[in-house]
Design a protein around this ligand. Structure first.
Ligand code: PLP
Length: 497
């Protein structure tokens, strides 16, 4: 590795090895410092829209710049514009975190830069993916009938699952498409009203149209109403539609509720429908042996998505689709032009046969390194602790007269809100919505913690999600104090401003 200097013009080739080594060491030091002092940084970026763009040149540099200058700008420009997802007081959305072995995996993967499309272009990536996903399958107690494949996100995993389900309906959609066909009845997919918007998007992407997705109501604990599901399918069949897929969620986005898979399974089987389980967030909890019950019934599901980049300390991105019918997934997507034909193709798995992407990143490497470094027990211990911390926080909410829990806490997500009524403007519900929104923005503005919200039963609800490998009880106590301080600040004469 080294630049050569032609007689005229800029030097050719990559950064010289010595320079790479020096900056590489510096960068690892920088990252170690970042993690050591991350508590001191504001979790939520304290900048206004456009602030970063205003500080960046509008045109690219004509000549190369020294790495020193580039790295200095990371400190000066990039870090202040970051919302720190790795911060232990990041409690918004689903809190996630990277981990050291995962970072090393990303680094090596960038160095190898393989395009994992065919076995021969990436034997290591292809075979490590199969082995690592089989390890993960065992760790979550899923049966051996399920094979795994890695995609970037759960949105893409679920879209592929629905495509495989549609392929199984035998309507020649791959060959003839869906437009301009009078022989094609309405194809229906069912998911609860709490299902993630990625299911809607998958259906839009596949050309099924939004009217294909029938949203099933949920019960008081935000779980799919199974009776309503059965009735909806019966009604659609009577009307000539083809119900072909049910999407059940283990760990919904708003509340982490769990659809009753064991009761959904017989309904799907009765109508020969595909059951896809969206366990993007909560599936990782099944690595904790006493939590394995959350996947009960999945031994009869057709596919399941789980995101190690959510709660298995894997740097974004890495989503796993487990599928019982890889043949259908392959039938939906395999297309081998002459220039990709290889002599071994019938004996090996090639990732590009199972999705829209041709080239695929070597993502299995980071997951393999994470599983080896922490071990099954180490990963389970972290997740168990997150669940303990969430339940502890929930107990404080429960015991306080000023706050109430808004949903059960099966994992490490707490949905809650302040109940202290203040002022007289509007309805009580409107006042509480405004109060809770102000509390959330107040906490977020301190930079010491970051929370997000949702709406449940038309009420604004705060969400505290614990999923960062660095989060300790002290961080959870601190956010509880911040919340109470905001409540006290807003309580006297609160006008909903
Ligand atoms: N499914 C559930 C239940 C989720 O909570 C999310 C995101 O939070 C997704 C799917 C989408 O995940 P991704 O960002 O990997 O597409």
């Amino acid at each position: 590795m080294g630049k050569t200097k032609p007689a005229t013009g800029p030097a050719l080739g990559d950064m010289p090895a010595e320079e790479f080594r020096r900056h590489g060491h510096e960068l690892i030091d920088w990252i170690a410092n970042y993690f050591e002092h991350i508590d001191d940084l504001p979790v939520l970026a304290q900048i206004e829209p456009g602030d970063l763009k205003a500080q960046l040149p509008t045109s690219p540099p004509e000549t190369g710049e020294p790495m020193e200058a580039i790295l200095a700008d990371i400190d000066r420009l990039i870090v202040p514009a970051l919302t720190h997802w790795s911060h232990p007081s990041f409690f918004a959305y689903f809190a996630t975190s990277t981990s050291a072995p995962g970072i090393f995996g990303e680094l090596l993967s960038a160095a190898f830069d393989v395009k994992s499309m065919l076995w021969r272009t990436s034997p290591a990536s292809t075979e490590l993916e199969e082995v690592t996903l089989d390890w993960l399958r065992q760790m979550i107690g899923l049966d051996a009938g399920m094979s795994g494949i890695i995609y970037d996100t759960a949105s893409v995993s679920s879209m592929h699952a629905i495509a495989a389900a549609r392929e199984g309906v035998e309507l020649r959609i791959r060959e003839e498409g869906m437009s301009g066909r009078t022989d094609l009845p309405l194809l229906r997919v069912y998911a609860s009203q709490q299902a993630h918007s990625s299911i809607d998007k998958g259906i839009i992407t596949l050309g099924l149209g939004q009217r294909s997705l029938r949203k099933i109501p949920t019960d008081r604990e935000f779980r799919m109403d199974v009776k309503a599901l059965a009735e909806a399918i019966d009604e659609d069949k009577r009307n000539g539609a083809i119900p072909f897929c049910i999407v059940a969620t283990v760990g919904t986005t708003s509340t982490s509720s769990i659809d009753p898979i064991p009761e959904i399974v017989p309904i799907g089987e009765k109508h020969a429908m595909w059951l896809h389980v969206d366990a993007a967030y909560a599936g990782s909890a099944a690595v904790v042996p006493e939590m394995r019950h959350i996947l009960k019934g999945c031994e009869r599901a057709d596919s399941l998505v789980l995101n190690p980049h959510k709660w298995l300390f894997t740097p974004f991105d890495l989503s796993v689709l487990y599928c019982r019918h890889m043949d259908l997934l392959r039938r939906a997507f395999s297309l081998v032009p002459e220039y990709l034909r290889t002599p071994e193709q019938d004996k090996v798995r090639s990732g590009s046969d199972y999705g829209v992407q041709l080239g695929r990143r070597f993502r299995a490497l980071k997951l393999w390194m994470i599983i080896r470094y922490f071990g099954h027990q180490g990963l389970a211990a972290c997740i168990r602790e997150h669940i303990r911390l969430a339940k502890l926080f929930a107990s404080w909410v429960d015991e306080s007269p000023d706050w109430e829990l808004m949903a059960p806490v099966p994992f490490a997500l707490v949905c809650f809100r302040a109940t202290a009524d203040a002022g007289t403007a509007g309805s009580r519900n409107e006042r509480l919505d405004a109060l809770n929104e102000s509390i959330m923005h107040g906490v977020n503005a301190t930079g010491k913690a970051f929370l997000s919200h949702t709406r449940l039963n038309d009420q604004l609800v705060l969400r505290l999600s614990i999923g960062n490998i660095r989060t300790t009880e002290a961080h959870v106590r601190q956010v509880w104090e911040l919340l109470n301080a905001q409540l006290e600040r807003l309580r006297p004469g609160f006008t909903g401003a």
